[in-house]
Design a protein. Structure first.
Length: 399
């Protein structure tokens, strides 16, 4: 799949929006041998369209402000009392002026700010790795890193260190220890096929992968994690949907963060999967400046529910390096989720969770989940959260 990795290959209106600071940061990344960004033409075009819409709206607001000031001056000259004392634009949240598509894939100089507690492996997957491509953290399920590339380089991704290596699709040789492990561990009932994005592989490669996994463990549940329907909906062909149907029990977990990602083509791709009898669930990451409002999340989850997809998880941001500008402070996140529970029914309400940094595992978040605080020698304050195995783990208190 062809990806855009250079500013000059972006849609012209989007390329023109790149600031000198962003351009300099990209040059710094490139000089270090780091892929600065990667995005599909489809997702880049969505960002360009939204950028044009935002610029139009911004100009309209400027025109309205100019007219309001002119009218206020005229009223003052005539001695007329103003109709309201609110400042112009006070009801317009800043988020409405942010390109939430662009923000998710385009690098920001803010990424250079790496906090001491941000980790290359924020989920601590390395401690549970039982084969080069296999992670066994939870008793009844394993994670298979089936592919090392994605259809886009999400700036908030907790697996950035893995995807930046650009490792390809899992080989037959790499599958050998995976099959042996599955055969030897009957307690494992599910395989989460992730990466990277497994759907970067061809239908043929996916079929061979599914066949190998089922040879090792007949009937094991396959969970496919992907962002492909959002990034490149053309990949979701009738043949791919039929392939998924053939290898049931299989469920698809889609990563979708904002309602503006649900373009007509994306909706059609999701419906194609559902119409083929493939259960579709979604997960969302709570991101500052993208979806950190309860009404924004409620709109997304309602739309997914109407399409027939099940909102599955809403995640608190992980401690990946250079992502603090995306993370919502935990107490604010809990307030957003509490408000969300008042806006949407249980059918569309995902579980709110965080992966405890360093390998503590996934825990659900709720108003009473913070069991205390402690301060380390550097002055950093930590929340204390209890893991599933009844151990207290730390998560940073951020501003």
């Amino acid at each position: 799949m062809k990806l855009i990795t250079r500013i000059q290959d972006l849609p012209p209106e989007l390329a023109a929006s790149v600031s000198p600071e962003e351009s300099a940061f990209i040059e710094t990344l490139t000089a270090k041998g780091i892929l600065p960004f990667a995005v599909t033409p489809f997702y880049a075009q969505r960002a360009a369209e939204l950028n044009a819409e935002l610029m139009t709206n911004l100009q309209a607001k400027r025109d309205a402000e100019r007219d309001t000031k002119r009218d206020a001056k005229r009223d003052a000259e005539l001695g007329v009392e103003p109709a309201a004392n609110l400042p112009v634009g006070s009801a317009q949240p800043n988020q409405d002026r942010v390109n939430v598509i662009r923000r998710q894939f385009f690098p920001s100089p803010e990424e250079a700010h790496i906090l001491p507690y941000e980790l290359e492996d924020p989920l601590g997957e390395a401690r549970y790795r039982v084969a080069p491509r296999l992670v066994h953290q939870y008793r009844d399920r394993v994670l298979l890193l089936a592919n090392g590339t994605c259809a886009g380089y999400c700036r908030h991704c907790f697996r950035r260190s893995w995807t930046s290596t650009l490792q390809g699709f899992i080989t037959e040789a790499e599958l050998v220890p995976v099959k042996s492990y599955l055969a030897a561990h009957p307690e494992v009932r599910e395989v989460l096929v992730s990466g990277g994005d497994p759907l970067m592989g061809t239908d043929e490669r996916l079929a061979l992968l599914f066949k190998s996994l089922r040879e090792a463990r007949p009937g094991i549940l396959l969970r496919i994690g992907s962002r492909m329907p959002v990034m490149a909906p053309e990949r979701i062909t009738p043949d791919l949907a039929a392939l998924f149907r053939e290898w049931r029990p299989l469920r698809l977990i889609l990563h979708i963060n904002h309602g503006l990602e649900l373009a007509p083509e994306v909706r059609a791709a999701i419906l194609r999967l559902i119409d083929a009898g493939v259960p579709v669930h979604t997960q969302t990451v709570l991101l500052r400046g993208v979806n950190d409002r309860a009404d924004t999340l409620a709109e997304l989850f309602r739309e997914l529910l109407y399409l027939g997809a099940t909102p599955y998880y809403l995640f608190q941001g992980d401690l990946a390096p250079g992502t603090s500008h995306f993370r919502v402070p935990l107490e604010q996140s809990l307030e957003i989720y509490q408000e969300l529970t008042q806006l949407i029914s249980g059918l569309g309400l995902p579980a709110f969770a965080v992966d405890l940094p360093g390998g503590g595992g996934k825990v659900h978040l709720h108003p009473r989940c913070i069991e205390g605080e402690e301060t380390d020698a550097s002055g950093q304050v930590w929340y204390l959260l209890r893991s599933r195995d009844n151990i207290l783990w730390r998560y940073p208190k951020e501003a």
